[in-house]
Design a protein around this ligand. Structure first.
Ligand SMILES: Cc1cc2nc3c(=O)[nH]c(=O)nc-3n(C[C@H](O)[C@H](O)[C@H](O)COP(=O)(O)OP(=O)(O)OC[C@H]3O[C@@H](n4cnc5c(N)ncnc54)[C@H](O)[C@@H]3O)c2cc1C
Length: 495
């Protein structure tokens, strides 16, 4: 059957270019570079880690990313950070404009939080009427459109993005939680979602392996989706790379940005200096460096008269991946209701949750999230901690994640914990945390041309396409689909 033509031929070409795996394109070993872990401290700390050492998954560096050190390189837009936020911003500029774009990363795509993400694109735990809701809602709509476009091109969104519309269950186990879930169902329904309240007996039929006790229940959002972060990044990267041949796109990986350069005449920022190159920008420099964006901004504008404290902090998270669990295959994504409290703030004091340590500097929370990934593995999360940029796997936290999940899934209790610890794979990532629960998206006051797109905490995958659209529309002077004011940097950090 012939592929349906899309309204935007550029998107159509982009989609087709995404229909090949990296391994196919870089089948010759001579074009594939597998750098040593020692080459970058960020790579060293941020790849998938495991209780047993694992070979990290590196992306091959393509020929079009090769560059001559010292060459003067000028682009319309330079994006710093190749996580899901940076890469989708690149994609948006490439599709929506004729601008040339460069992306810079200290490591490679998926080195940061993106590679650790669980992949839920859920509305069930978000609060209607907030700015974050608007952004997430728009973004989800864009993800759904992308999945549909992939399908229209006779490709499988599952294969391309790990895309699954499974629905989500936000579950509680007490009468109080069930009451609050019923109220949430009302709000979500008023906001236009297909949502139901499921008491314990109905919930058991929907998700037989879940046990919430007789007083529990769930908010069930029928259309919530999930994706696979690695698969999605591969797809987006592949599409972006197709613009290399038109000289509109270049990648500079293993090249940390070290400084912003300002014009001696105007004082305006005009370039990003990396460890190897100076990348001049005509129109915009977008800082999308996730949890590193705060410290990076301080380093970038060193020796300048401007002092900016972008208060994005790293918030460490562990996920556990369990393979071959035939007796525990979930039909939906599941999250405990306390996740909402844990995500929103560092001060947690609810005795019903599995908090294992709490002091001024190291607040730790664990809330159960459980999904089945595209390969049928059970993915269990997740922890939240403020421990700086450390990404070591902590056995005590893995144990807590398993124990917490066991409170909801009796089948897990019957399995030997030590076996899990030995056979499970662990992913660790640093979420870019903002104290007020919203990302920063917009220009940096006092630095014309410099934009921030960071601080998405546990929602960066779900909010990526909406963020990218907003950034590109701002730079291109288009009218915005949703109000960007609540995400503005103005007044949200100390100057
Ligand atoms: C355990 C866990 C589970 C999660 N689950 C979900 C989920 O289910 N759904 C969801 O929506 N979100 C989830 N998230 C959150 C999501 O992963 C993040 O919000 C998102 O990945 C942030 O993307 P980013 O591009 O801003 O940052 P990152 O992915 O961290 O990318 C930042 C990039 O900047 C680069 N960088 C740093 N310093 C420099 C420099 N000096 N120069 C150049 N580059 C630099 C890094 O190498 C990195 O590649 C989860 C996160 C974790 C940790």
């Amino acid at each position: 059957m012939a592929a349906t033509p899309l309204k935007n031929p550029k998107i159509s070409a982009y989609l087709r270019s995404g229909n090949t795996k990296f391994s196919h394109r870089f089948s010759s070993p001579s074009t594939v570079i597998y750098p040593s872990l020692k080459t970058s401290s960020i790579c060293e700390t941020l790849f998938f880690s495991s209780l047993r050492p694992q070979k990290p998954r590196f992306y091959p560096v393509s020929l079009c990313s090769a560059t001559v050190s010292g060459e003067r390189l000028t682009f319309d837009v330079v994006v710093v950070g190749a996580g899901i936020i940076g890469l989708t911003i690149v994609r948006q500029f490439l599709l929506q404009s004729k601008l040339s774009v460069a992306v810079v990363d200290a490591g490679v795509p998926c080195s940061g939080a993106t590679g650790a993400g669980q992949g839920y694109i859920w509305m069930v735990h978000k609060r209607p009427g907030t700015a974050a809701w608007e952004l997430a809602n728009r973004s989800k709509q864009l993800w759904e459109e992308l999945a549909e476009e992939i399908q229209e091109q006779n490709m499988d969104p599952l294969d391309m993005l790990g895309w699954m519309k499974r629905g989500s269950l936000l579950v509680g186990r007490s009468l109080g939680e069930s009451t609050s879930l019923q109220e949430r169902v009302r709000l979500l329904s008023e906001a236009g979602l297909k949502v139901q309240y499921l008491p314990a007996s109905d919930l058991l039929k929907k998700e037989p392996s879940l046990d919430v006790g007789s007083e529990g229940g769930a908010a069930f959002v029928l259309d919530d989706c999930q994706l696979d972060a690695q698969r999605t990044v591969e797809f987006i990267e592949k599409g972006n790379k197709s613009f290399c041949q038109h000289d509109r796109y270049r990648e500079f990986y293993y090249e940390p940005a070290v400084r912003l350069l300002r014009s001696p005449e105007t004082g305006d920022v005009e370039a990003v200096k990396t460890s190897k190159n100076v990348l001049y920008s005509r129109k915009a420099i977008v800082i999308a460096a996730g949890a590193w964006s705060g410290t990076l901004m301080q380093n970038l504008i060193v020796e300048s008269d401007i002092s900016l404290n972008v208060p994005v902090k790293p918030r460490k998270g562990h996920l556990l991946i369990l393979e071959n669990l035939r007796n525990l295959q979930l039909r939906h994504g599941v999250m405990e209701v306390d996740y909402v409290t844990h995500q929103n703030g560092p001060s947690i004091s609810d005795s019903s949750t599995s908090i294992v340590a709490e002091d001024d500097s190291h607040i730790l929370s664990i809330s159960m999230t459980a999904t089945t990934d595209m390969w049928g593995n059970l993915v269990l999360g997740s922890s939240r901690q403020f421990t700086g940029f450390d990404t070591q796997v902590e056995d005590s936290i893995v144990k807590c994640i398993i124990e917490r999940a066991g409170e909801f899934f009796p089948a897990l209790r019957r399995l030997p914990l030590l076996e899990f610890m030995r056979s499970g794979k662990i992913r660790v990532g640093l979420r870019p945390y903002m104290h007020d629960g919203k990302p920063i998206i917009g220009p940096v006051p006092g630095l014309p041309k410099v934009m921030l797109a960071t601080g998405h905490e546990g929602c960066g995958l779900s909010m990526a396409l909406g963020t990218a659209e907003m950034v590109a529309d701002m730079v291109l002077g288009n009218s915005l689909t949703i109000d960007s004011t609540p995400f503005s940097a103005q007044g949200r950090y100390d100057q």
